[in-house]
Design a binder for this molecule. Structure first.
Ligand SMILES: [Zn+2]
Length: 531
């Protein structure tokens, strides 16, 4: 009788016990990592409890009368195999690893089979599956069970919020600094991996929206013996606040000062997102921030439109990838993702590439810039101008002064590499009209309001993360040749602008006419003479 009662339980009780079992038996690797990094038992327990409620929340969504047992058993069986590989090969599980596993052939799988795997599968897979199979779960009538589910969902959600919210600062910093830790959390790691693979496959099959088929160059420039070479530098994590051009009291733009009479600095520019993944595709897209969705990846961008009109478009990549922007144009990887190179290396490669260029060209340089939290790795040691600088990724272990110092060093170094790029452009100015546009993808928090790094939801993101520097460098000779009235542009410098302007402004600068170009968003509108 007792035994029978033990094996009989409500769906809610089953869900709670099941979630507890998964965390306790399959996730010791995850929690030992959390403890090792945080060095806090309290933080580890807090993580355990919040992940537990997260799991209960998810199980509540998926566990129904006819799905609970097949799903619960399937997950347990996969868990045991995944845990075996994680514990034995010290691997983490992500989409790339899953894809590799799925593409492995039978012979290779046979090599991996062992007695130890059998022990894992038996004790952590088959045995618990049998118990689940034998457990009698009591279900309520449909309406009642939906009400119970809603109650459970609400309670788990409130409990998660109650634990996370008061510790938001610690939690957000921990999550940002240890993004890869999720790859150790079973079953979140492989479930997210499967989801990512499915998503990638759907994307692959989606049709790319073609734009700007009508694009043509309607030249406004006077001289015809020179070609045009426009350089668009996509900065990384540079915030407007720390640019001396914008009034910062430290001379972080000093290396650019010798060009300042030819630099037009826009002092009020909003980013499209607070992360690279959102901002970088958005900057090239015709969609404005409010309309921009990730689906835009499937639309052509202004580089495609330029190529159609006759420009040679080239992308130099020294960051985490071009986010789909460079798929259809010539792309040069500065470091091939094997290591991170200082941005000077990209300038060198840029200089090599433009030597034999003899057409109108638009070149994008995607910088490494000020990517955190290891700011001190972004510049060579002789560029450590502001000291003492924080030389660890654990930013909250450094003083505020050390964090600002190390960040300002990255801005100073960015100014240096931009000055080098302008130097290279000056060297080819007998052949080309040259213009350089610099704009950062998003800003950065350096401990203000307890926040570090970036990626805050846009609605609540502080200005440090959303206000970005934007400037245009253009010599008087070039502006004359291109018929651009610099004084007219100067009147616009303090007006509000945003990444929304870029698509239309770049088409405006390059003299491209197409129905996609909105003059209301073109910064050059009214400042270029069309004879
Ligand atoms: Zn970024």
């Amino acid at each position: 009788m007792r035994l029978k009662n033990l094996r009989e339980m409500s769906l809610t009780t089953f869900t709670i016990l099941y979630s507890l079992f998964i965390l306790a038996f399959y996730n010791f690797l995850f929690f030992s990592k959390v403890f090792n990094i945080s060095q806090s038992l309290l933080f580890t327990i807090g993580t355990f409890v919040s992940v537990l409620f997260l799991l209960i929340f998810s199980c509540n969504l998926f566990f129904w009368k006819y799905t609970v047992k097949p799903l619960a058993i399937l997950l347990i069986l996969i868990n045991s195999g995944v845990l075996y590989f994680m514990a034995t090969y010290k691997v983490v599980v992500d989409a790339v690893m899953l894809r590799n596993t799925l593409e492995t052939d039978i012979a290779e799988v046979a090599d991996l089979l062992s007695f130890k795997l059998f022990i894992y599968i038996f004790f952590l897979g088959l045995l618990p599956s049998f118990i689940i199979y034998k457990t009698k779960i009591i279900f309520h009538k449909p309406l009642k069970s939906i009400l119970y589910k809603l109650r459970n969902l609400l309670i788990s959600l409130l409990l998660i919020i109650a634990i996370v919210l008061p510790n938001y600062k610690n939690v957000s910093q921990f999550v940002r600094n240890n993004q890869s830790i999720k790859y150790s959390l079973i079953p979140v790691n492989y479930a997210a991996g499967v989801f990512a693979i499915i998503k990638a496959n759907i994307k692959k099959n989606r049709k790319l929206a073609i734009i700007g088929e009508d694009a043509r160059i309607a030249p406004y420039w006077q001289n015809t013996d020179k070609k045009n070479l426009f350089v668009f530098v996509v900065g990384e994590t540079a915030r407007a606040k720390n640019f001396s051009f914008g009034g910062y009291d430290r001379n972080t733009n000093e290396p650019l000062e010798k060009y300042s009479s030819d630099i037009l600095y826009f002092s009020d520019v909003d980013a499209c997102g607070t992360s690279t993944a959102v901002s970088v595709p958005c900057m090239f897209s015709k969609y404005e921030r409010k309309k921009f969705k990730n689906s835009v990846e499937f639309s052509e961008n202004f580089l495609d439109v330029m190529s159609k009109a006759g420009y040679k478009a080239i992308w130099l990549e020294n960051n985490s990838g071009c986010k789909g922007n460079c798929r259809r144009i010539e792309t040069i990887e500065v470091c091939n993702h094997t290591a991170s190179c200082p941005d000077e290396k990209m300038v060198e490669m840029f200089s090599d590439r433009i030597k034999d260029l003899d057409t109108d060209a638009f070149v994008v340089l995607h910088q490494l810039g000020s990517h955190g939290p290891t700011y001190y790795k972004r510049y060579p040691e002789n560029f450590e101008k502001y000291k003492p600088a924080c030389r660890t990724e654990l930013l909250n272990e450094c003083s505020r002064e050390e964090v600002v110092n190390v960040y300002d060093n990255t801005i100073y170094y960015t100014s240096h590499t931009l000055a080098q790029t302008i130097e290279e452009l000056e060297k080819v100015s007998d052949k080309f009209n040259t213009v350089l546009i610099y704009v950062s993808d998003h800003g950065e928090s350096l401990g203000e309001k307890g926040l570090y790094l970036h990626g805050a939801p846009y609605m609540i993101a502080p200005e440090e993360q959303t206000k970005v520097p934007l400037f245009i460098w253009m010599s008087d000779e070039t502006s004359n040749n291109l018929n651009i009235d610099k004084n007219c542009l100067k009147e616009k410098l303090n007006k509000p602008h945003s990444h929304d302007n870029l698509f239309h402004t770049m088409l405006g600068l390059t003299g491209i006419e197409t129905k996609e170009r909105l003059n209301s968003l073109n910064i050059f509108e009214g400042c270029i003479k069309h004879d």
